[in-house]
Ligand binder design. Structure first.
Ligand SMILES: Cc1cc2nc3c(=O)[nH]c(=O)nc-3n(C[C@H](O)[C@H](O)[C@H](O)COP(=O)(O)OP(=O)(O)OC[C@H]3O[C@@H](n4cnc5c(N)ncnc54)[C@H](O)[C@@H]3O)c2cc1C
Length: 325
């Protein structure tokens, strides 16, 4: 591994903050490894994001606006990222630890026969060239350190919000990627964007999550969304709520859902099962609203508000609105 290649996920020129975090960190790692810092931008609107990335200290930005990237399921993305990595040379590949990022990373690891470390929050390059990746497990109860030993390629998926964004004028060379001579079978027939325009759960500074105690899908819209809106946050859910079909699975937090680390986590009608806890216990301040004073969530909340969520949440939303003027 000598260079650092970031997969910059985007749709129609729009990306998430994690992309800027990764390209900022890529520069530091590339300097440690003595190589180039590169980014790969794929699909319609790619040139727009590439232009934005020129405000970061990258050496090379690989770009294609090939329509196949948006028309077929994942395969073109993996082909293009692989092609960019092969052009760059031996590389440490940084991929956001998002649902699709994890999918790309796994396939790429098989293609490149490269080692992979997932859900990483810190990366350091040792003097012998080993790349040490720090990754919290069990919601932060344990921290693991895995080293990618010097090899041709290594892959790391990075948790959003792990690194700071440090823009600085770059001088990147923009390189157009050649279209692979391939045809793809799995076409995307319809693209449904759930929660379009809303803050991504993993990046939200405040998460208001609901559970079975809400009794149905309506309170997520009528109670939780307004509270999340006044707090500048996003809505999440327990698995019980997702399993019941009240919210889509991409809102589920926990062992088999997403891991979130907001500054403030508000759990409404959630009992606090261990499988939920591991996805949110590293949050800054945890406030639970539960009608059961003995609910397990009380054991790891900073504040347990005992009472009926249907009375408390609208009042709380109103109070915050008033306080904000
Ligand atoms: C392998 C495995 C993986 C799992 N992965 C996950 C995961 O990723 N995420 C996850 O969340 N769970 C996961 N679970 C499920 C987990 O064990 C719990 O069943 C689930 O978290 C319970 O969800 P809940 O807290 O919403 O529901 P419940 O446990 O039923 O709790 C509902 C709470 O609402 C309160 N309540 C009821 N009415 C009101 C009201 N009007 N006002 C205020 N409070 C009220 C009740 O007092 C209660 O505490 C997993 C389970 C397994 C076995």
């Amino acid at each position: 591994m000598q260079h650092v290649v970031v997969f910059a996920e985007q749709r129609q020129g729009q990306t998430r903050k994690v992309t800027f975090e990764l390209v900022s960190e890529a520069r530091k790692l590339a300097d440690r490894l003595g190589g180039k810092a590169c980014a790969v931008v794929l699909g319609a609107g790619g040139a727009e994001l590439a232009a934005q990335l020129e405000g970061y200290p990258l050496d090379v930005i690989y770009v294609t606006e090939d329509r196949d990237v948006d028309a077929f399921v994942l395969d073109p993305i993996v082909d293009y990222v692989e092609a960019a990595v092969r052009l760059a040379g031996p590389s440490l590949i940084l991929i956001p630890n998002t649902l699709s990022g994890r999918d790309v990373a796994g396939r790429l690891s098989a293609r490149l026969r490269a080692g992979i470390v997932a859900d990483v929050v810190e990366v350091r390059v040792e003097d012998d060239g080993a790349v040490v990746c720090v990754s919290p497990k069990l919601g932060g109860a344990l921290t693991t350190q895995c080293a990618l030993l010097p090899a041709e390629h290594g892959i790391v998926t990075i948790r959003p919000s792990a690194f700071a964004v440090t823009p600085s004028a770059g001088n990147a060379q923009v390189v157009a990627l050649a279209k692979p001579a391939k045809s793809y079978a799995a076409a995307i027939e319809r693209d449904v964007e759930e929660g379009a325009g809303e803050l991504a759960l993993e990046e939200a500074p405040v998460v208001v999550a609901g559970g079975r105690g809400l009794g149905g899908p309506e309170p997520f819209e009528a109670l939780l969304k307004p509270l999340a809106r006044v707090l500048g946050g996003a809505v999440g859910a327990s698995r019980a709520a997702a399993d019941a079909g009240w919210v889509p699975y991409n809102l589920q937090i926990g062992q088999t859902g997403k891991t979130v680390t907001p500054k403030l986590y508000v759990a409404v009608g959630i009992s606090g099962a261990i499988q939920h806890k591991v996805g949110m216990r590293a949050s800054g301040t945890i406030v639970a609203i539960n009608k059961d004073a003995a609910a397990p969530i009380g054991e790891f909340s900073d504040l347990l508000v005992i009472g009926d969520a249907f009375r408390i949440v609208p009042e709380l939303t109103k109070l915050i609105e008033t306080a904000k003027g």
